[in-house]
Write a protein that binds this ligand. Structure first.
Ligand code: ADP
Ligand code: MG
Length: 691
C-alpha cells in the first residue's frame, strides 16, 4: 500500500524531482534563483522547461498552463498542448524555455479596474520559480504572475511578492542591530480554512445556493448549533471519506494538510495546513479551495465556501496565522522564557502593535467583501473593529516597560488538573481569545477577520506592508541613534504609550467593547461600503507606494474592482431573490392556500364549520399578500440602481439590502405555515442534516 510519504508531493516538480532530473549546474542556479532571487538565465530556463515537460509527460500530461491569480480572487488557466508538428505530418512534444518563462494570455476579460484599455487586450504572465510547478487534471501548471502591457499588475501574486520583499528589506535593517546573522526574513502563513458541506441533490434544488453561494431564504431549523455538539464532534462517515480524499489530493500536490475537524455549526468543517512562506501558502490555499470543491462532487456533496451560507448559523472564516522568521531559523515572534529581556522580540512585537493601530482601517478593508459583511460584527465572528489580543503575561510585560519596572510578576504556568497520574502540563501564556480579530497566539498572530472564500493574498499584502512601514521607521531611528540600546528601549516604550489603545484582551463580541472602542478612537467600519474609501486615502496610497507594493494607479484600480465586486454580488442576489420569490415561492403559497380553500369550502358545504382552518388560511393569504407587495417593492427598487460606482454600492447597502430582508422575512414565515410537500425547495433542516 502506498504511504503518505510515497504520495506526498508526487504531483509536484519540487526540489527532489529537480535534483534528480536537472544537470548539477542548472539545479544550482535554479535553487539560487528560488532562494536568493538571482536572475534566471534563458539557457537555464531552456533546460528546466525540457526536464519539466519530460516529467509531466511521464506523469500522463498532454498540456501545460500558466496558472495565475487574477483579481477575481480565483485562479485562471489556459491550457496549451505540448504538440508541435513535424515535416512528415506527425507531432513531437515540445516545451521551450520561453514558454515556461512567459505567456501572453488575452487579458481583456479579466477585471483590471480600468488599468488595461480594451484596445490593448494583451496581458503577460511570468513564471514564479519560488512556487513549484504541479500537475492537475493531466496538465502541467506553472505558477505565474500576471500584468498588463504597460507593466501594471493585474493579479494577486505580484504585489504579495513585492510586500514580502519590503518586509525582508525593512526587517533586515532592524535585525542588523541584534546579534542575529539573518540572510533573509520571510513572512509565514498558516491559513485555517472553514467550509460547509451539503448534499448535491438538495443543493441543485436551491437556485440561491447555486447562483449566490448562500441561502437567500430559509426559516431557522428546529435544531441549530445550541447544543454545541458539532464542534470537534465525531465525523460522519460520508464526510470522513470526503476528508480523506481531500487530504490525499492535497498531499499529492505538496500541500501540508495537517488538521481537520468538525466546526461549530452543523455541517461545518475545517482543514488547516502546516504553515509555509506567504507566497506558497497563498498558492496552496487557492488549490485547497479548488480541491475541496472538486472532491465534494465525488461524494455526492457540495462544498460551500461562502462566508454565510445560512442565516442564524455561524459563518465561515479563514484564520490567517502570520509570523516572521529568518531563513536561518529564528521566529521573530518567539517571546522566549523571559520576554521582558528579549529586546528583539519586544521590538518586533512593537512594530506589529504600531502597524495595526496606525493602519487598522486598512486591515478592515482587506477583509471587506459582500459575503464577509454578514459575518463581521455579527456576534459570532470578530467585530468589525480591529484590536490586538496579547494575553495576560505579555500585557503585564508591556505594562512593566511602560512603568519603567525591570521585573514582572509571572503568572503560574503549571496547570493543576488535580489528578496526579496525568503528565505535568505547562500553561500556554497566551490563552485563547476567540473574540479577538488579531490575537497573539504564542509565536504568531492570528488574524481572524478574513472570510472563508477570500484569497489570503490581499490580507497578507496589507499585513506585510504595514509592518514593513513600522520597521522602516524603527530602522530610521536606529540608524540615527548614538546609543542603540537606549534607542531600542525608547522605541518599545514609545510604542506602548502611543498605541496601547489597540490592545484589548476582553470580550470582543460585547456591546461594551463597541462603546469602549469608540471612546478609544478606534475605527468601526461596519460594512464594505464604509470601509472601502480608506483604501484610497492618502495615508494608504503613501504606504503602498513607499514600499513599492502598489503604485497609486494600482491602488485606484483595486478599489474600483472591490467596489464593483460588491455591487455585482448584491445585484445577482437581488435578481435571484426576485426570481425565486416570483417563480417558486409565490406559486407554492398560492397552490397551498387554494387547496386549503377548496377543502374548507367542501367541509362547509356538508355543514362542518372550520373556524381555525379558516383563520389559518386567512393568515397564509395575508402573508402571501405581503410577500407579493414586498417582492413588487424590491422589483421597483431593482429598476432604479444608480450608475456611479460608489453611489451604486451605497444604494445596494442602504436600499436594496433592507428591501431584500423584507422579502425574506415574509417568505420565511410562510415556510413555517405552508405544507412541507408544497414548499418548492429543501429547507435548512434538509441542507444542514441530510448528509
Ligand atoms: P487553532 O487552535 O488556532 O485552531 P490550528 O491547528 O487549527 O489552530 O491552526 C493553526 C495554524 O497556525 C496552522 O496552520 C499552523 O501551521 C499555523 N502556525 C503555527 N505556527 C506558526 C507560525 N510560526 N507562523 C505561521 N503560522 C503558524
Ligand atoms: Mg483551528
Amino acid at each position: 500500500m502506498e504511504t503518505v510519504a510515497d504520495i506526498f508531493g508526487s504531483k509536484v516538480f519540487n526540489l527532489t524531482t529537480m535534483k534528480a532530473r536537472l544537470p548539477k549546474e542548472t539545479y544550482k542556479s535554479l535553487v539560487d534563483t528560488i532562494n536568493n532571487g538571482t536572475k534566471l538565465e534563458p539557457t537555464v530556463a531552456e533546460v528546466v522547461a525540457n526536464a519539466m515537460k519530460d516529467w509531466a509527460i511521464e506523469n500522463g500530461c498532454t498540456h501545460y498552463t500558466h496558472w495565475f491569480q487574477p483579481m477575481t480572487g480565483v485562479t485562471a488557466e489556459k491550457h496549451d498542448s505540448f504538440i508541435s508538428p513535424t515535416d512528415d505530418g506527425r507531432v513531437v512534444m515540445e516545451f521551450s524555455g520561453k514558454e515556461l518563462v512567459m505567456g501572453e494570455p488575452d487579458a481583456s476579460s479579466f477585471p483590471s479596474g480600468g488599468l488595461r484599455a480594451t484596445f490593448e487586450a494583451r496581458g503577460y504572465t511570468a513564471w514564479d520559480p519560488t512556487s513549484f510547478a504541479f500537475i492537475k487534471d493531466k496538465t502541467l501548471c506553472i505558477p505565474t504572475t500576471f500584468f498588463s502591457y504597460s507593466g501594471e499588475v493585474l493579479d494577486k501574486k505580484t504585489p504579495l511578492l513585492r510586500s514580502m520583499e519590503a518586509i525582508n528589506k525593512e526587517a533586515l535593517r532592524v535585525l542588523k542591530y541584534f546579534d542575529c546573522d539573518a540572510p533573509r526574513v520571510v513572512s509565514y502563513v498558516g491559513p485555517e480554512q472553514e467550509y460547509f458541506l451539503t448534499d448535491k441533490e438538495l443543493y441543485e434544488k436551491r437556485k440561491d445556493l447555486m447562483l449566490t453561494g448562500r441561502t437567500l431564504f430559509g426559516a431557522p431549523p428546529a435544531k441549530g448549533q445550541e447544543l454545541e455538539d458539532h464542534y470537534f464532534g465525531q465525523i460522519k462517515e460520508r464526510v470522513s471519506e470526503y476528508m480523506k480524499e481531500v487530504d490525499e489530493e492535497l498531499w499529492k500536490l505538496g500541500v501540508l494538510a495537517k488538521t481537520k475537524h468538525n466546526e461549530v455549526a452543523p455541517a461545518q468543517h475545517e482543514v488547516a495546513p502546516i504553515f509555509g512562506t506567504t507566497n506558497i501558502a497563498t498558492d496552496h490555499n487557492q488549490l485547497t479551495m479548488e480541491i475541496l470543491k472538486k472532491v465534494a462532487s465525488h461524494h455526492g456533496l457540495v462544498c460551500l465556501l461562502h462566508e454565510k451560507p445560512y442565516e442564524g448559523i455561524n459563518g465561515s472564516g479563514k484564520h490567517n496565522n502570520w509570523s516572521l522568521g529568518t531563513t536561518n531559523g529564528i521566529n521573530l515572534f518567539k517571546p522566549g522564557k523571559k520576554p521582558l529581556e528579549n529586546k528583539m522580540f519586544l521590538l518586533f512585537l512593537s512594530a506589529v502593535i504600531k502597524a495595526v493601530d496606525e493602519y487598522a482601517a486598512l486591515l478592515r478593508v482587506a477583509v471587506a467583501t459582500a459575503g464577509n459583511d454578514h459575518r463581521l460584527g455579527a456576534n459570532e465572528a470578530p467585530p468589525a473593529i480591529v484590536s490586538i489580543f496579547l494575553g495576560d503575561e505579555l500585557t503585564s510585560v508591556l505594562k512593566a516597560i511602560k512603568n519603567g519596572e525591570t521585573t514582572v510578576d509571572s503568572a503560574t504556568s503549571i496547570l493543576k488538573t488535580g489528578v496526579d497520574s496525568l503528565p505535568v502540563i505547562r500553561k500556554d501564556t497566551t490563552d485563547r481569545n476567540r473574540t479577538s480579530p488579531f490575537a497573539f497566539t504564542g509565536n504568531r498572530f492570528e488574524f481572524r477577520m478574513p472570510g472563508s472564500a477570500q484569497s489570503i493574498s490581499g490580507i497578507n499584502i496589507v499585513i506585510n506592508t504595514i509592518v514593513a512601514e513600522a520597521l522602516s521607521q524603527f530602522a530610521d531611528a536606529l540608524d540615527a541613534a548614538d546609543d542603540v540600546h537606549k534607542c531600542i528601549d525608547e522605541l518599545i516604550k514609545d510604542t506602548i504609550e502611543k498605541h496601547e489603545r489597540i490592545i484589548f484582551n476582553g470580550n470582543g463580541y460585547s456591546d461594551e467593547w463597541c462603546e469602549e472602542a469608540e471612546r478609544r478612537g478606534l475605527p468601526n467600519l461596519k460594512t464594505t461600503v464604509d470601509a472601502l474609501p480608506e483604501f484610497i486615502s492618502d495615508k494608504a496610497v503613501a504606504v503602498f507606494s513607499k514600499h513599492n507594493v502598489f503604485s497609486p494607479v494600482e491602488v485606484e484600480a483595486r478599489y474600483e474592482i472591490i467596489l464593483e465586486d460588491y455591487s455585482k454580488a448584491l445585484h445577482i442576489e437581488m435578481l435571484t431573490m426576485l426570481e425565486i420569490a416570483q417563480q417558486e415561492i409565490l406559486p407554492a403559497c398560492i397552490k397551498y392556500s387554494n387547496d386549503m380553500a377548496e377543502g374548507i369550502s367542501m367541509k362547509k358545504s356538508v355543514g362542518v364549520d372550520v373556524p381555525s382552518e379558516t383563520a389559518l388560511l386567512k393568515k397564509i393569504s395575508e402573508y402571501t399578500g405581503s410577500l407579493i407587495d414586498r417582492t413588487n417593492a424590491l422589483k421597483a427598487i431593482s429598476e432604479k440602481v444608480p450608475e456611479e460606482p460608489m453611489e451604486m454600492a451605497q444604494y445596494y447597502k442602504n436600499t436594496v439590502i433592507p428591501a431584500m430582508n423584507e422579502v425574506r422575512s415574509a417568505a420565511d414565515t410562510l415556510e413555517t405555515l405552508v405544507g412541507k410537500e408544497y414548499w418548492p425547495f429543501p429547507t435548512y433542516t434538509d441542507l444542514l442534516y441530510r448528509i
